[in-house]
Design a protein. Structure first.
Length: 291
């Protein structure tokens, strides 16, 4: 219990007040409508487009012939200009060389080094929305994505992710990634303390491990279509107890050549009534232990 309280206290330095757990019904995303313009880095406020992956480089007993792995791995940024060392970096750490946010989801190397080139804020009348342009070489390989800032989660809450989207050729998916704080490890603590300050802008003091993913398959809507808010409650979720998480972020993703657009993205906490209804609709896995 004490360890848990310490970890929650450490999260206070990671998350700004506007992205707290909040009341049921309130949008937990800072700029889900993309109306607030761009920040100093040219990204939509509240979102990251300048993202990157990592390149695991194994150590060999015979480096010249790449034989006999020692079990030691050097984790390099996808830009290949910065080494994170022997600790695998996790979500929301920033490469001090290329200035890109590490997603911490996959060993994608350099695939997302130009992700922001394919994302822009567009207008339709007075409304703004985020648009993806996916050339063939990008759409057929890594696709394009934009991820939200971290949002604090409540341990016993349910949530709903929803929004509007339209596509031309591209296929759309939306994810909510749940991350759990890990008990402090002396090696990790020392590693964090020795990182350049710009590599840890959120001043994280513990490791974040992804333990949960909610996916909404939006498909290829040819007209602006609402997703996540429907009679089947496709956008609603209650994390199982074994996958409870402390923070989360939203990832809007498109792949296959074409264009895509998202708007009015809402991540909200379920009301008590909605929580009870969803629990009844999806009671979760049965306890199969012998009695």
């Amino acid at each position: 219990m004490t360890t848990r309280l310490i970890l929650i206290a450490l999260l206070a330095g990671i998350l700004a007040a506007p992205c707290g757990a909040g009341r049921a019904g309130r949008n937990l995303l800072r700029n889900g409508s993309f109306e607030k313009g761009l920040n100093d880095d040219g990204e939509p406020k509240g979102w990251h487009t300048r993202i990157t992956g990592i390149i695991p480089v194994p150590e060999y007993e015979d480096p010249q012939n790449k034989k006999g792995r020692t079990g030691v791995v050097d984790f390099r940024c996808g830009c290949d200009r910065f080494s994170w060392g022997r600790i695998r970096p996790w979500s929301m750490l920033t490469c001090p060389e290329c200035g890109r946010i590490n997603l911490g989801l996959e060993d994608s190397g350099a695939l997302y080094q130009r992700n922001d080139d394919y994302v822009q804020i567009a207008r339709q009348g007075r409304r703004r929305f985020v648009r993806f342009d996916l050339p063939e070489a990008v759409g057929n390989v890594q696709g394009v994505r934009i991820v939200s800032h971290l949002v604090r989660a409540e341990p016993d809450a349910g949530y709903e992710i929803s929004g509007r989207a339209v596509a031309e050729g591209a296929h759309l998916r939306v994810f909510v990634e749940g991350l759990r704080t890990q008990s402090s490890d002396p090696r990790v603590t020392e590693w964090l303390e020795n990182l350049p300050p710009e590599a840890n802008p959120l001043k994280q003091k513990v490791r974040l491990k992804r333990v949960f993913r909610k996916q909404v398959n939006v498909g290829r809507p040819t007209d602006w279509t609402i997703f996540g808010r429907d009679e089947k409650r496709k956008g609603q979720f209650i994390p199982p107890e074994r996958s409870r998480f402390d923070v989360m972020f939203v990832s809007l993703y498109a792949y296959l050549p074409g264009r895509a657009a998202f708007d009015d993205i809402v991540l909200r906490k379920l009301t008590r009534k909605e929580y009870a209804a969803l629990k009844k609709l999806r009671p979760g896995p049965k306890d199969r232990r012998l009695r």
